[in-house]
Design a protein around this ligand. Structure first.
Ligand SMILES: [Fe+2]
Ligand SMILES: [Fe+2]
Length: 189
């Protein structure tokens, strides 16, 4: 099979009807894709992996199924092991080594993209003008986007060898061009 983000979107949307989950996939895709060049990765494969990382969450909403029971489905569809292994590695409970740049970037972008998304949803201008400082302030409020694991956000930046500020800035910038698809308002609108 040809590994393309289009093919991944097709797989994702066949298993995922929830708009929120599709938007999460797009946000993570944007962030992961933006790091491909920097870490010498295959951008198309990285984007496909990001789109697929939670593809089975709707059918496997608990950690005793997600994402491990999704892997055989991806295998059957012909996705390469590189993609499948990276998808599996995003899950903390599977405790797999994050031994490739793709695995590290996916892990580092998953929770933070979700958190930045949440920040944007409560701002009148979405993520336009969203500064790392205010993201970090919100990270310290446990009640805000309580489902986002803060420790994974901090660990992710560290894993990439980036300052948290820079990582936040990169994620915000990568999501900005697709703000409308993410359901975010923009300063212009
Ligand atoms: Fe997940
Ligand atoms: Fe995710």
């Amino acid at each position: 099979m040809e590994v393309t983000r289009e093919q991944a979107w097709e797989t994702l949307t066949r298993y995922t009807q929830s708009e929120a989950l599709r938007r999460h996939a797009l946000a993570v895709e944007a962030s992961v894709g933006s790091y491909a060049q920097r870490f010498d990765g295959d951008e198309e494969l990285w984007r496909a992996t990001a789109l697929l990382h939670d593809f089975d969450y709707e059918i496997h909403p608990t950690l005793d199924e997600h994402p491990q029971d999704g892997a055989p489905i991806l295998r059957q569809e012909g996705w390469p092991e590189e993609v499948i292994e990276a998808v599996l590695s995003h899950a903390e409970h599977l405790a797999m080594p994050r031994d490739t740049p793709l695995k590290r970037v996916l892990f580092a972008c998953d929770e933070l993209s979700g958190f930045v998304h949440a920040c944007g949803l409560v701002r009148p201008t979405g993520i336009d003008g969203l500064e790392p400082k205010s993201v970090k302030k919100k990270l310290k409020q446990p009640s805000f986007a309580a489902g986002v694991h803060r420790d994974e956000v901090y660990q992710g930046a560290e894993l990439l060898g980036l300052e948290l500020d820079e990582h936040i800035r990169n994620v915000v910038e990568s999501m900005r061009p697709i703000a409308p698809e993410l359901g975010l308002r923009t300063a212009a609108a």
